[in-house]
Design a protein around this ligand. Structure first.
Ligand SMILES: Nc1ncnc2c1ncn2[C@@H]1O[C@H](COP(=O)(O)OP(=O)(O)OP(=O)(O)O)[C@@H](O)[C@H]1O
Ligand SMILES: [Mg+2]
Length: 309
């Protein structure tokens, strides 16, 4: 239930007063409950500190001798710390969830590598067998019937090329072997062909980034380009990478329909996982995402990732 901030302030002030009068366990537990209520109502730690300071200042202003004030302030500290316990627990839970997500991401990357490899190697071998079988069948056929087999062969070649493209995009070996820019060029090429939009890429040709940064940026750009192809109705997109000594930047820009970021990002309940996933990947690396978008004016995503020295 939503508790207005001023109600919380007065409840906190009177609970603190009770605790200072009789510093019993039950009164301290009230601090914990108020902390939980504050958390549920979206009150932040800084607001809690301000609220505590205000309540304490009022109580101390009415008071007393110097020693008594010191004693009050020390007891009030216990009360304040207890009210922050729910924040601390939430903070730990978020850290643990982040670590778990990070491990999950690593496992997914491994799994993607395995599937990409299987898709690439096994379907390649399988198709090679099919070509041989077709050739054998063709040898026994009269020449006019062989034309049909050529068409089947062409179609199989297209399927083979698509499977190879998909397997490379799933976990591009090019990313491991040649680095981020070539992998992004390859990705953009695939998205561009499938979605029918032009995508240009720019960035430093040489130098590698840490593997975790390259993988994260590849996944971020992949999701951003999928979003462009799904939502933007754009004709052009641009992916740009640039480096500073301690930072790598990336922008993905499109000339599509744009969107209202505050509505989309502020929406509670059901919403897509793409942007959340991007933020989560960047959080782990201490990176940030900024989205500039307006209806009818396209979208720009700006990503900064610090590089450990
Ligand atoms: N480049 C873009 N142009 C226009 N709208 C966009 C763009 N990128 C994102 N959006 C809007 O932001 C919303 C949230 O994007 P997000 O990637 O989080 O979810 P989704 O793409 O809808 O679903 P999911 O990624 O889980 O498949 C989209 O539904 C869309 O309305
Ligand atoms: Mg998406």
């Amino acid at each position: 239930m939503k508790v207005p901030l001023h109600d919380l302030e007065s409840q906190y002030a009177s609970a603190l007063q009770n605790y200072l009068a009789i510093p019993a366990e039950a009164a301290l537990h009230r601090a914990y409950e108020l902390g939980r209520a504050a958390l549920e109502n979206g009150v932040g730690v800084l607001e809690m500190a301000a609220l505590h300071h205000k309540a304490l200042a009022t109580l101390l202003s009415n008071k007393r001798r110097h020693e008594e004030s010191i004693h009050f302030a020390q007891a009030a500290e216990n009360f304040f710390v207890e009210s922050l316990a729910p924040f601390e627990m939430t903070h730990r839970a978020v850290q643990e969830a982040n670590t778990a997500l990070c491990q999950l991401n690593e496992r997914l990357e491994e799994e993607a590598k395995r599937i990409a490899h299987t898709l690439h190697e096994e379907t390649g071998q399988f198709l090679a067998c099919v070509y041989l079988a077709l050739e054998e069948v063709g040898r026994d056929l009269p020449p006019p019937a062989r034309g049909g087999l050529h068409r089947v062969r062409d179609l199989l070649e297209q399927i083979g090329a698509q499977l190879r493209q998909l397997s490379h995009e799933l976990r591009p070996m090019i990313l491991d072997d040649f680095g981020l820019l070539p992998a992004l060029e390859f990705l953009a090429d695939g998205v561009s062909k499938r979605a029918g939009l032009q995508i240009s890429e720019e960035g430093p040709e040489d130098g590698r980034l840490p593997t975790s940064v390259e993988t994260a940026l590849y996944r971020v750009v992949q999701e951003a380009l999928i979003n462009v192809s799904k939502h933007a109705r754009a004709t052009h997109a641009n992916v740009r990478l640039w480096r500073e000594p301690r930072m790598v930047h990336c922008s993905i820009t499109d000339d599509g329909v744009g969107f209202d970021t505050s509505t989309v990002l502020g929406k509670k309940g059901h919403r897509g996982l793409g942007l959340v996933g991007i933020r989560q990947r960047l959080d782990v690396l201490g990176g940030t995402l900024q989205i500039n978008s307006e209806h009818g004016r396209g979208t720009q995503m700006l990503i900064d990732v610090p590089l450990e020295m």
